[in-house]
Structure formats: C-alpha cells, structure tokens
Design a protein around this ligand. Structure first.
Ligand code: GLP
Length: 261
C-alpha cells in the first residue's frame, strides 16, 4: 500500500487527476469507479478543470458508482446518482448511459445487486476505483462486520454513519435513509487500482487502522492491505496518527519520475 501525504485536498486532487489522465491517455475506454461523499469533490473539480482545458476526455470511458441510498425519491438531491450527476457528470463528457450505479429504487434489491455485479464484470472490471473512508472505517457503505469477501447487496446503515451523513440532510437524522445498496468489499477488491482519499482529523483513526492496523472486518477498509495496487492519499490531519508517516514522506520524495502512482 502506497501512502502519500500532502498539504491539503487540492494537492491530493492533482496527484489523483494525474493518475486518471494517464489512465485515459493509455486506455480511453477505461472503466472508472466513482465515489460520493465530500472527500472526492476536489478530485472532481480538478478533473472538470482538465476536461475544460482539453486535457481529459471521458467520451469513451465508462464508470460504476460504489453505493446508493435505498428509498430516496428519484429526484432527491442527496440520492448519490444525483450527487454524482451534479458534481462530475454534468461537467465532463461521459456518453449517455456510460455511468451506472446500484439501483436503490429497485423493487427487488437482491436481483438488482446481482445485475450490478454482472454489469461490472461484463464491462471488463474497474481499472481505477476512487474511494473515501467513513469515520468507522467503512468503504462504500460496507459497515463494520461486513464480510471481507462481500459482494453488492442491500445493507442497513449504522447509527454512526447516519449521524455523520445527517449534515447532507439539514442535520435531520430522521431524513437519512436506514438502508443502502453497496458494492461489497470483494467487489471493490476486484478493481485493478484502488485510490483512497481522506482528509481531516475526523478521519485520522480510521486511516491509522487502514494503513497500520490489523486486517479486520471491524475496520472494513483494512481489507485494502491485501490489494496489490492500493494508494492512500491524505492531508496532514488525516495522517496525524500514522507511526510511519516519516517513511511514507521519504518514499514519496524519493519516488522516481517514471514510476506511476
Ligand atoms: C459515505 C459514503 C462513502 C464515503 C464515506 C465518507 O457514507 N457512502 O462512500 O466514502 O461515507 O464520506 P465523506 O467523504 O463525506 O467523509
């Protein structure tokens, strides 16, 4: 696992956007994995900027979203499909239908989950999966206790996640859905490159467990320690509890220019 510590989210966004730009240059029909939440927003801003500048095109790319709330009406602004539309898709040039998400409005969620797994496989799998992390160590919506081999499925949200996300619902806990549809940890682990971004002191404990803790379903993101190509990009606050922070900084500073993220 490579750990990159930068001054802030804008600096992290440049490094991640470089990796996406390089991937799309090599493979214009690449498959991206998109995350929601506040953490990837600086990355989406940077990608939109580069698209506007003519450096990046998503015209032949496809993408799969990580997760979705169950039960929010189709036009709800916090439905992840609408969030990703607003924050990224409306600003770049994905072809119509090129971006899919788990169907939180399906009448049969289990069948919808199986269909989603199949769609990812049929697209050839995800080349680069962008991830945030929850304060309790979840990735996508895989709450603590999730099987490390789990696949896309409906799952109840923990109280902590609903409390963390209440800020997107006018701080009204009752407005936060109790159920989600999420890619599983096994689904995420099948992506070829995992790129996790985390910012702020509020994430520092989850980041410490992710990078330096034992692999455990109690901190679901720790499964990434088993991935052959995982990159974790942090600001100083999120990195504050890492024991080997100096080593990560030295390794990044010494990284040869030819070596990619
Ligand atoms: C949310 C999302 C995750 C996200 C995480 C962190 O609940 N389901 O995909 O990574 O929690 O969110 P944020 O980036 O807003 O802190």
């Amino acid at each position: 696992m490579e750990v990159v510590i930068k001054a802030g989210d804008r600096e992290v966004a440049v490094v991640v956007a470089d990796a996406v730009e390089q991937l799309l240059a090599d493979k214009p029909d690449a498959v991206l994995g998109l995350a929601t939440g506040s953490s990837p927003l600086a990355v989406y801003d940077e990608l939109a900027r580069r698209h506007e500048a003519g450096r990046i095109s998503f015209a032949r790319a496809r993408a799969f979203m990580l997760d979705e709330y169950v039960g929010l009406p189709a036009d709800h602004p916090e439905r992840y499909r609408n969030v990703i539309e607003r924050e990224l898709l409306s600003r770049v040039d994905f072809a119509p239908g090129a971006v899919q998400g788990p169907d939180g409005l399906a009448t049969d969620l289990v069948v919808a989950a199986e269909d989603y797994e199949r769609a990812i496989v049929e697209a050839g799998g995800v080349d680069l999966q962008l991830l945030g992390i929850g304060t309790n160590g979840h990735i996508a919506f895989n709450e603590p206790g999730s099987s490390l081999a789990s696949r896309t499925r409906p799952l109840p949200l923990t109280e902590q996640t609903r409390r963390d996300n209440a800020r997107f619902f006018d701080d009204d806990m009752d407005a936060v859905p109790r159920l989600c549809m999420t890619q599983g940890l096994g689904t995420i682990m099948a992506a070829r490159h995992l790129v996790l971004v985390a910012f702020g002191t509020v994430k520092s404990q989850a980041v410490r467990e992710l990078v330096e803790g034992p692999v455990s379903a109690s901190w679901p993101a720790t499964v990434m320690q088993h991935h052959p190509h995982a990159t974790v990009l942090l600001d100083e606050a999120a990195a504050a509890q890492l024991e080997r922070a100096d080593y990560y900084r030295e390794a990044w500073a010494a990284k040869p220019g030819w070596q990619r993220l």
